[in-house]
Structure formats: structure tokens, C-alpha cells
Design a protein around this ligand. Structure first.
Ligand SMILES: *Cc1c(COP(=O)(O)O)cnc(C)c1O
Length: 241
């Protein structure tokens, strides 16, 4: 078996065990393999292991891979990194989901580009749950007001929230980040924007996904544990471009 396929099997088993430990059904959590910096050939190995959606953080790289793999049925691209408005056109063309929405001007630009192409885009609002200055995303207390301002943008389907937790070795501060996400989701639901349930919580990466599942994650974004270590230059660049 290819190493990537073996890693996917191992990660799936760990997700299943974490769901069982949390008393959640296995299908409550989706695996999003993060293929950023990886060649299309690696994406195809994961595809053969049953993966269809892949996370990328740089619009141009993702666009190039999408073009290379255009003949692959059912393949979808999920943008997980900070996006500048001047890349909105690219993302509107090929992505099926964008997990790092954190500004109204960007939402407006994506909506405009999507209307031009006749597409819609699933989006998650990125929340800065750790309070680190280096992280993108909205402060948790701003999420409800932000979501209300997205209502005019009808090509965007707001599915929920995304975060990167504190990269801490001790689980307590990491768990506190995830707990803040559940609070933000609850506040959103209480604010009751019609037609929105904000079901998705994208949280948990290679180092902390079991803890995230224990705290209600519905999507875990896994790069290193599937594809191996990334080149040093991009290994710690979650803001992306
Ligand atoms: C790179 C990246 C991941 C995957 O991180 P790993 O630690 O390699 O699993 C998840 N989320 C975001 C936003 C990323 O940029």
C-alpha cells in the first residue's frame, strides 16, 4: 500500500475512535485532507483511497492543481487560507468551499464574482479563537454581527465556522479554543438568521484533531499526518496567500 493511503487509513481509524469516545456517530466528522504544497500525484493517491475534497491555502497553487486534475470526476477544492480580494475571482471560478471568510469587502467581492460565473460557494467564517495576533479571523464576540452583514450576498452559503487553535503542547488551552467555537456557534444559532443553521465546525489539524472531535468538530483538516512533513518554508504558514 502507498504510504499516503496507509496514512489515510490510520487517520480514519483515529477519527472513528475519537467519535466513539465522544459518543458521536462516525459520519458526524468529515476528513478534509490538506494537499497544500503537495503535487497532483499525491492528490490522486488520496483520491484512489476515496477522498474527493482537498484543502489548499494558496489560490494560484490550487488553481493549477485543479487544472491539472480537471478530468478527475467528483474532485472538489476547499480553500482554507486567508485570501486577498484580488484573488477572489480565481476562487470564485474553481473552489467549492472557502473556509477563511473574515471580511465584508472580501465577501462582497466573492459574491460579485460568483454572480458573474453563475456559481455559489459554501463559506465558513474564520474565527480567531486563540487571540494570537498572528492569526486571521474574527474575535468570537464579533461573529454574530459579521454573519448578519453577509445576508445580502446570496451566492455565499454560510455553513458555519472555522478556526486554528493555539499550537500548544498542553491540551487545556487548545480545548479552550474549541470551546469558544461552540459558544460562538450557539450565539449564531440564537441570533436566528432565517434559513441558516451553521452546522459546520471546521477545527482540528494533525496535532489536535482528536481533541477537536471531542469538542464538536464536524470537519478536521489534516495535512502532515496524511502527506508527511511539508517543506520548511511553508510548514508554519497558515495565513497563506
Ligand atoms: C496547513 C493547514 C492545515 C493542516 O495542518 P497539519 O498540521 O499539517 O495537519 C489545516 N488548516 C489550515 C488552515 C492550514 O493552513
Amino acid at each position: 500500500m502507498h504510504q499516503i493511503a496507509a496514512n489515510i487509513a490510520a487517520v480514519r481509524a483515529r477519527i472513528e475512535a475519537a467519535c466513539a469516545a465522544a459518543g458521536r456517530p462516525r459520519d458526524a466528522v468529515r476528513l478534509l485532507p490538506v494537499s497544500k504544497t503537495r503535487p497532483s500525484s499525491d492528490v490522486l493517491v488520496a483520491y484512489d483511497a476515496g477522498c474527493r475534497r482537498f484543502g489548499e491555502n494558496k489560490a494560484q497553487d490550487a488553481r493549477a492543481k485543479a487544472a491539472e486534475l480537471a478530468g478527475t470526476p467528483g474532485l472538489e477544492w476547499v480553500m482554507i487560507g486567508h485570501l486577498q480580494s484580488n484573488k477572489a475571482r480565481l476562487v470564485a471560478e474553481f473552489a467549492s468551499e472557502f473556509q477563511a471568510l473574515d471580511s465584508v469587502p472580501l465577501a462582497a467581492e466573492l459574491d460579485r464574482r460568483l454572480h458573474a460565473t453563475g456559481r455559489t460557494l459554501d463559506v465558513l467564517i474564520q474565527v480567531n479563537s486563540s487571540g494570537e495576533a498572528s492569526k486571521s479571523g474574527l474575535p468570537p464576540q464579533d461573529v454574530v454581527a459579521f454573519a448578519a452583514r453577509l445576508r445580502p450576498f446570496d451566492a455565499l452559503r454560510v455553513r458555519g465556522l472555522m478556526t486554528l487553535a493555539l499550537p500548544a503542547p498542553d491540551p487545556a488551552p487548545v480545548a479552550a479554543c474549541f470551546a469558544r467555537m461552540l459558544d460562538a456557534q450557539r450565539a449564531l444559532r440564537d441570533a436566528a438568521v432565517p434559513g441558516q443553521t451553521y452546522d459546520e465546525l471546521s477545527m482540528g489539524m494533525s496535532g489536535d484533531f482528536e481533541l477537536a472531535i471531542a469538542h464538536g468538530a464536524t470537519v478536521v483538516r489534516i495535512g502532515t499526518a496524511i502527506f508527511g512533513r511539508r517543506p520548511a518554508a511553508t510548514a508554519s504558514a497558515p495565513r497563506g496567500r
